[in-house]
Design a protein around this ligand. Structure first.
Ligand code: PXL
Length: 281
């Protein structure tokens, strides 16, 4: 059985990070081991959240796994929250990565042109190290700008996005997929650059005018699961984009409080159908 290690927080309420990665990756028929960087009462979009930091457990846990010969087909990092946790994540990757372990980095540092609460420059610098080791990195436009020190633009063209993706690949990442990219008013999708192939790839589907917390985590979890199952990057990212779009539509239909996150659970059967289709082609 394929096995992914995910390193990110547990937000006990609000569906993001591990509470998305674990069920989605498991539903895809892939084992998901977790290394929680912190436990939070909710994600940071709620006011007055409580947090227990677990950074000091990361290396001892990884050491015990190494001593027991435990390895992973992929390591997937998400929200790490502090420079210390990001630095520890780099060490965990160095300790546990085999030659063929895929490193998938979701640099969760911001959205809508701004860094998330508590994310500063020091943290972004630690992420650069992780990014330089990555097989795939999946920033949204805000994150790509924060990582490259570029000006954030709400309106842009393909050349601007292509420049961001190539700049991130220049720092060492093998492929960079910029998410939440709209090249027309009624479409949204991703734009990627694969350094090894020297090729760009891009996908747009219809845009639903709503933004929910956790959609980036859903996209990343689905993409890394599909990659580990053997799908080509182009197909894996398309599958992730289609599943995310379906989930947003389902969430809108249910119209719960936006901060409560996305209703992906009832859409999981559709994801399994997409996997079957895409893996047999
Ligand atoms: O969905 C990204 C995310 C993950 N974890 C925590 C967050 C956020 C985004 O704000 O606050 C704790």
């Amino acid at each position: 059985m394929k096995r992914i290690l995910t390193i990110q927080d547990i937000s006990c309420f609000g569906k993001c990070s591990i509470t998305i990665a674990l069920p989605v990756i498991s539903a895809m028929g892939v084992e998901s081991a977790v290394l929680p960087t912190a436990v939070l009462s909710t994600h940071t979009m709620f006011t007055d959240y409580r947090k227990k930091d677990l950074t000091d457990t990361l290396l001892p846990f990884a050491e015990q796994w190494k001593d027991n010969g435990i390895t992973f087909d992929a390591i997937y990092t998400g929200y790490l929250g502090t420079p210390d946790a990001a630095e520890a994540a780099v060490k965990v990757v160095e300790m546990l990565r085999r030659d063929d372990t895929l490193l998938f980095v979701d640099p969760v540092i911001g959205d809508h042109g701004k860094p998330y609460a508590g994310i500063g420059r020091e943290y972004t610098a630690c992420l650069d190290r992780l990014a330089s080791m990555a097989d795939h990195i999946v920033p949204n436009i805000t994150e790509a700008c924060l990582m490259t020190g570029s000006e954030y633009r709400a309106e842009y063209d393909q050349e601007y996005i292509d420049g961001l993706a190539r700049e991130i690949c220049r720092s060492g990442a093998r492929s960079c997929v910029v998410t939440g990219v709209s090249f027309a008013q009624n479409t949204t999708g991703f734009y990627g650059f694969d350094k090894r192939a020297g090729k760009a790839f891009s996908y747009q589907n219809s845009k639903i005018e709503a933004s929910y917390h956790g959609t980036g985590d859903l996209f990343a979890s689905t993409a890394v699961g599909a990659l580990v199952l053997g799908m080509s990057p182009d197909k894996a990212f398309r599958t992730a984009a289609d599943f995310t779009a379906l989930t947003i539509a389902e969430t809108m239909r249910r119209s719960e409080d936006r901060r409560f996150g996305i209703c992906f659970e009832t859409v999981l059967p559709a994801l399994l159908g997409m996997l079957e289709e895409n893996l047999k082609k």
